[in-house]
Design a protein around this ligand. Structure first.
Ligand SMILES: Nc1ncnc2c1ncn2[C@@H]1O[C@H](COP(=O)(O)OP(=O)(O)OP(=O)(O)O)[C@@H](O)[C@H]1O
Ligand SMILES: [Mg+2]
Length: 235
């Protein structure tokens, strides 16, 4: 079953006298439990597409269905509750709240979404340990390195154990060894939660581990095949 369905999505940005079409009739589906990578050149609309799919940005037209629920038809309060329950997002630029400590940032989604019978404490302990940020929890984002901020943002995205995780360059600020470690954590979380993962990445080593790859071309995600043995594109 498709857990994410995108239909005829269009997003335009208006700037004084010009219009940029960032997403141009995007149509695709992601199956429950799949890992999909989105690649494409800078400015091709990857972040815009991901934000709309996560219910964080409004499209000009088209629909996004998550578990059969049309995000584009929801009232904002309904959408916020739905997002808190089912959707996680790792932003390209962290988006940590500067006045809150790492632990307070991590707990923001938990505060906004009351999941009965759910142990945040246990989820927090595991995630924080796996990300090696136990000793940085009481610091402000400005007191953390770029890589540590990235890890805090990842912990925040995972705290509610979302069924669908959108990750925008989650390893972008990390060196190869750390990127590998974070990717393995995301894939391990995905396996244990039977999560669906949609990840924007420019790293072809990471993209090659996805079940499917889309390449954004002129605002449209196009299926992209990789010759896994040589790592070179087939189309
Ligand atoms: N808030 C905005 N207002 C106006 N134009 C925007 C806005 N956000 C993005 N754009 C434009 O929309 C296009 C797509 O931007 P987007 O951030 O989605 O690209 P991207 O593929 O994520 O790029 P990158 O790889 O650099 O992160 C770009 O031309 C960008 O300049
Ligand atoms: Mg981007």
């Amino acid at each position: 079953m498709a857990i994410l369905e995108v239909r005829d999505l269009i997003k335009q940005y208006r700037q004084s006298d010009s219009v940029i079409t960032a997403v141009n009739r995007a149509n695709f589906e992601v199956e429950d439990g799949e890992f999909v990578a989105i690649i494409g050149t800078s400015g091709s609309g990857k972040s815009t597409l991901l934000h709309i799919c996560a219910g964080l940005l409004t499209a000009n037209s088209g629909h996004v269905f998550v578990r059969g629920n049309d995000l584009t038809a929801m009232k904002s309060s309904e959408l916020a509750a739905f997002r808190g329950r089912y959707i996680g997002m790792i932003f390209q630029r962290h988006n940590l709240i500067p006045q809150l400590t790492a632990i307070e940032n991590i707990l923001v989604p938990a505060m906004m979404c009351n999941k009965p019978d759910f142990s945040y404490e246990e989820s927090l302990k595991k995630t924080v340990a796996a990300l090696h940020i136990e000793d940085r929890l009481n610091h402000l984002p400005s007191e953390l390195s770029g890589g540590q901020q990235q890890r805090v943002a990842i912990a925040r995205a995972l705290i509610n154990r979302p069924q669908v995780l959108f990750a925008d360059e989650p390893t972008g600020n990390l060196d190869r060894e750390n990127a590998e470690e974070v990717l393995n954590l995301l894939l391990e979380t995905k396996r244990t939660l039977n999560q669906t993962l949609v990840m924007v990445t420019h790293d072809m080593n990471i993209a090659s581990r996805a079940d499917r790859i889309f390449k954004m071309e002129n605002g449209m995600p196009i299926p992209y095949r990789l010759d896994k043995s040589s790592g070179t594109p087939l189309s």
